[in-house]
Ligand binder design. Structure first.
Ligand SMILES: [Zn+2]
Length: 492
C-alpha cells in the first residue's frame, strides 16, 4: 500500500487501522477509525479518513470496543492446574473479548503471598498466555513483611478474606489484622480487595435445596463485613475494594462511604446481574458461588446500584474446578465447590440484560474495561485512546447464540449458562495490535503472545514489563483525560 503524506510530513503508514460506525471511545460512541502503530493506538481518526496501513479492517456496523479487563480470575496454576490453567483460562478470555486478566492469589499452590510465590506464578504463566496477565498478591495472617516487597514487585494490589476462603493455605484476616494490613497498605497507597462476608453470620449448608443454601449466607453477612471494611478504610485512609458484591442492601452503605470521602470501590459479577435465585433448580450446583445468587428484587437493586455508579465494575470471578468437586451427581450445595466460570461469556451475559434496560455499549465498556483497568492500576488498558495498548474487540451487538458448553475453552466447561440464548458476540479481538481469533471458529489462533504485566506506576507514563523495560503509554495516571485526536504515528 502506498503511504500518504499528512501536512507536509514524511509519508506515514500504520500497522493496522480498524474502522467502525460504533467505535466506543472514552467520550462516547461514534463512527471512527482506530490507527495502530506497533503495540499502541497511535491515532483516532474519522471513520472514512484515508489512512495508509499494512492492514485496514472495516467493521461497518459492528461495534469496536476496548479489550475487556477482568480483574477477578482464579487461574489456579501452579498447584491446582487440574482445576484451570493459564493456557485454558487465557484462551477462554480471548474468545470472550477479555484481553487482560488479573489472577487471584489463592487456589494456586503456593498462594501468591510472598515474592517467591509470585516468581513461581510468573514462571508457571510464562509463554502460555493468550492475553496479558497481571497478578494480585495475598494478604494473610503472618505475611505483613511481604506486602511492601510484593507491591514493589508489581502486584496490582492485595486480596484478603474476612471468612474462610475454602482453602487452608489462605487464611482470613481478623478485625485487628484487617486494620493493621490497611494501615501498611495506606503507607504504600496500595489497594486491598476484600471478600466481604462475616463468618459469624454464615451457617453450614447441606442438601439440594437452593433456597436453604441462599439462606445460609444472608445479606447481613455481607453487610457486617462491609461495615468492618468501611470502618478500617476510614480509620487508615487506605483504598479498599469490595469484590463480588451480591447483597444489594449494601449499595446504600457503599454510596454513603463514597460520599463521605472513604476510598471505597465495589464490583459485582455477571451471574448476580443475570440470574435470580427463584430460577435456580434444586440440586443445580453449577449455580453455587459465595456469596450466593439472590432473588430477583435483589438483582434489580444491584442493577440500579451499577447504573447509579455506586458499583464500579463488572468482572467475572471466574473460578472453575473439576466437575467432581462441583458435586453435580449428588446436587449437594454443602459439598459443592463455589465458583462460576464465565470469562468467555461475561460480555454477552451483561450485554443481553443491559440492552434490554436501555443501557449502551459505553456503559458496558466503562464497567468491564475502563473501571477495572483503573482499579488494577493498568493505565495502558481499558480505553480506546491514543497511547493506550491496541487491545480491541469487534463485537456484534445484535447476534444471538445459544451457549454450547462444547464451545467453551476453559478447562472444565461446567456452566449455569448452558442452553441459554445470549445477545451480542465477539467477532475478533486484537492484543496490542495482533489479531487473536480465527475468523471461522472464533477461537484463538496462532501462538500465545500475552505478556505478564506489572501495575503501572502512578504519575509515570509507563507500564513496566516483567523484565523492567517500559511499555510507552501516554495516558498513565488515574486522572488522565484520554486524547482523541491524532498524534504522529510511526513513520516508515
Ligand atoms: Zn473469587
Amino acid at each position: 500500500m502506498t503511504a500518504i503524506a499528512i501536512e507536509g510530513r514524511d509519508p506515514i503508514r500504520y500497522d493496522l487501522v480498524v474502522r467502525s460506525r460504533q467505535t466506543v471511545l472514552p467520550e462516547g460512541t461514534r463512527p471512527a477509525a482506530v490507527a495502530v502503530s506497533g503495540p499502541a493506538i497511535a491515532a483516532i481518526a474519522d471513520y472514512a479518513e484515508p489512512l495508509a496501513a499494512a492492514r485496514d479492517v472495516d467493521l461497518g456496523g459492528l461495534a469496536l470496543l476496548p479489550g475487556l479487563v477482568d480483574t477477578h480470575v482464579h487461574v489456579n496454576e501452579p498447584g491446582r492446574t487440574e482445576w484451570e490453567g493459564f493456557t485454558t483460562a487465557t484462551r477462554a478470555a480471548a474468545a470472550g473479548g477479555v484481553t487482560t486478566i488479573c489472577d487471584m492469589p489463592l487456589n494456586s499452590l503456593p498462594p501468591t503471598v510472598s515474592v517467591a510465590a509470585l516468581a513461581d506464578k510468573r514462571a508457571a504463566a510464562a509463554s502460555q498466555c493468550w492475553v496479558d496477565v497481571a497478578f494480585w498478591g495475598g494478604a494473610v495472617p503472618g505475611n505483613r513483611d511481604q506486602l511492601r516487597p510484593l507491591h514493589r514487585a508489581g502486584v496490582a494490589g492485595f486480596k484478603c478474606f474476612l471468612i474462610d476462603s475454602g482453602v487452608p493455605e489462605f487464611a482470613p484476616l481478623g478485625a485487628a489484622d484487617l486494620r493493621s494490613v490497611l494501615s501498611s497498605l495506606a503507607a504504600l497507597d496500595a489497594l486491598l480487595i476484600v471478600h466481604a462476608e462475616d463468618g459469624a453470620e454464615v451457617k453450614a449448608a447441606s442438601g439440594r435445596d437452593f433456597g436453604s443454601f441462599v439462606a445460609s449466607r444472608p445479606p447481613v453477612a455481607e453487610r457486617r463485613a462491609i461495615e468492618k471494611v468501611i470502618g478500617a478504610a476510614a480509620a487508615t485512609g487506605a483504598r479498599a475494594h469490595i469484590v463480588h458484591l451480591s447483597a444489594a442492601e449494601c449499595v446504600a452503605m457503599i454510596a454513603g462511604a463514597k460520599a463521605a470521602g472513604i476510598r471505597l470501590t465495589a464490583e459485582t459479577c455477571p451471574h448476580y446481574l443475570y440470574f435470580a435465585a427463584e430460577q435456580v433448580p434444586d440440586g443445580a450446583t453449577e449455580f453455587k458461588c459465595c456469596p450466593p445468587i439472590r432473588n430477583a428484587v435483589n438483582r434489580e437493586a444491584l442493577w440500579r446500584g451499577l447504573e447509579a455508579g455506586v458499583i464500579d465494575c463488572v468482572v467475572s470471578d471466574h473460578s472453575p474446578c473439576p466437575p467432581e468437586l462441583k458435586a453435580s451427581a449428588s446436587g449437594d450445595f454443602g459439598a459443592a465447590w463455589g465458583g462460576i466460570a464465565s470469562l468467555q461469556l461475561g460480555l454477552s451475559v451483561v450485554w443481553t440484560v443491559a440492552r434490554r434496560r436501555g443501557r449502551t455499549l459505553d456503559d458496558v465498556a466503562r464497567w468491564m474495561a475502563t473501571a477495572p483497568a483503573r482499579l488494577a492500576g493498568l493505565p495502558a488498558k481499558g480505553s480506546l485512546a491514543v497511547g493506550c495498548d491496541a487491545d480491541l474487540v469487534a463485537f456484534d451487538p445484535a447476534e444471538t447464540y445459544v451457549v454450547d458448553p462444547a464451545r467453551l475453552l476453559h478447562r472444565h466447561p461446567v456452566t449455569p449458562y448452558a442452553g441459554l440464548t445470549l445477545t451480542g458476540r465477539v467477532r475478533q479481538a486484537w492484543l496490542r495490535g495482533t489479531a487473536l481469533l480465527d475468523p471461522e471458529s472464533r477461537a484463538p489462533d496462532g501462538e500465545p503472545g500475552g505478556r505478564l504485566l506489572n501495575r503501572g506506576r502512578r504519575g509515570r507514563n509507563s507500564l513496566w514489563t516483567n523484565n523492567g523495560s517500559p511499555i510507552c503509554c501516554a495516558c498513565a495516571g488515574r486522572s488522565r483525560r484520554p486524547a482523541t485526536s491524532s498524534m504522529p504515528p510511526r513513520r516508515t
